[in-house]
Design a protein around this ligand. Structure first.
Ligand SMILES: NC(=O)c1ccc[n+]([C@@H]2O[C@H](COP(=O)([O-])OP(=O)(O)OC[C@H]3O[C@@H](n4cnc5c(N)ncnc54)[C@H](OP(=O)(O)O)[C@@H]3O)[C@@H](O)[C@H]2O)c1
Length: 330
């Protein structure tokens, strides 16, 4: 089958169009003929080598954490979606940038009335957004939420979900001044430039701060986020976009200021609580299809643009969600 992958870690130029064997579904798995593949920042990390060296068939790794498409075959003894059903799937072991992908039934749900292009951007992004807000962040109705990397895939989904879960105010930070104008379209009360978000958040909350901060950026942004927490406020960490590496929090600072730091890792949840991912995926597909959860349709591009899309994502130049139309050539 046709796929897009890399044989050595490196910059976007290592991504190439390749031929690899069509994967075979094992017990508890389905084979999906991929219609659309969502693009995530984790695939940039995969390509760079942050998850190890490529070791797939022919020495290639095929990135891709989420797809939509049609069930083509079931693995031995698999009970789940029927052959021919249109589904969306999270792929914890990657493989989405391809004509076919294999997924465990825990992570496969019918798309229902949601168009396949929109559904492709749901299986990684939305369970993460629900997970950081509800499971790690313990969001309660009436609270104020601050979302870093606000205009991206997870960020823009989290803004809408936070509102649907009853947040009273939803603010965000972005890396460039031009993106602050996207606030209303993405469901935010306001977007701030990340470099001086502390003053902006304290001003807009009359000094009280945010109850919940979602932080995939890390480094100085993470440290500063602790200083804008309202009493019993939480910072949820779930990425290191700035490549700052690990740091140590001062527990006495948490104690003396009634603040908390929490973590969320979808790979860990998928291994230890897979049902949680399936529940959030079903919840998101249904809310998006019914319109209960508003969303902006993704940017659809041919997979031949894979290197360019990675370049833009890495440079912080994207907004919302991008998906590959796997069958589109040129
Ligand atoms: N823990 C988990 O289970 C989990 C699951 C899914 C995603 N994530 C994490 O969530 C984050 C967002 O993922 P996504 O796929 O939705 O990506 P994305 O938000 O669509 O794209 C990345 C965005 O982050 C912002 N950003 C901030 N600092 C950056 C930097 N130093 N370099 C590049 N971009 C930077 C950029 O916008 P602005 O600078 O304008 O804000 C950029 O558009 C990533 O860190 C990803 O690893 C974690």
């Amino acid at each position: 089958m046709l796929a897009y992958g890399f044989k050595s870690n490196g910059g976007p130029e290592v991504l190439e169009e390749i031929q690899v064997p069509t994967p075979a579904p094992g017990p508890g798995q389905v084979l999906i003929e991929v219609a659309y593949a969502g693009v995530n920042f984790a695939e940039v990390q995969h390509r760079r080598g942050e998850f190890g060296e490529p070791d797939g068939p022919g020495g290639y790794d095929v990135p891709g954490l989420e797809v939509s498409g049609t069930v083509a075959a079931l693995g031995p003894g698999t009970a789940g979606p029927a052959v021919g059903e249109q589904v969306a799937a999270y792929l914890p072991a990657f493989g989405g940038y391809a004509e076919f992908a294999v997924a465990g039934t825990d992570f496969v749900r019918p798309v229902g009335a949601l168009p396949l292009a929109s559904a492709a951007g749901v299986p990684c992004v939305y369970p993460t957004a629900y997970g950081v807000l509800e499971d790690a962040g313990r969001l309660r109705a009436g609270e104020t939420v601050l979302i870093h990397a606000a205009a991206g895939g997870v960020g823009s989904a989290a803004a809408r979900i936070a509102r649907a879960l009853g947040a009273a105010h939803v603010f965000g930070t972005v890396g460039s001044a031009e993106k602050t104008g996207l606030a209303a379209g993405l469901g935010y009360d306001a977007l701030f430039a990340r470099e001086d978000f502390v003053d902006a958040v304290l001003e807009v909350t009359a000094g009280r701060g945010a109850d919940l901060v979602l932080d995939p950026v890390g480094g100085a942004v993470r440290r500063a986020s602790l200083t804008v927490l309202a009493p019993f406020g939480r910072v949820v960490t779930y990425g290191d976009l700035g490549r700052h590496g690990d740091w140590t929090a001062d527990v006495w600072d948490l104690w003396k200021n009634s603040r908390s730091i929490a973590g969320y890792n979808m790979g860990d949840v998928a291994r230890r609580s897979p049902a949680v991912i399936g529940e959030h995926l079903a919840q998101a597909l249904s809310a998006l299809a019914s319109g209960t959860l508003p969303h902006t349709p993704p940017t659809v591009v041919p997979p031949a643009e894979v290197a360019e899309v990675h370049r833009r994502l890495e440079a912080g130049g994207t907004q919302g969600k991008t998906v590959f139309d796997i069958a589109r050539r040129g």
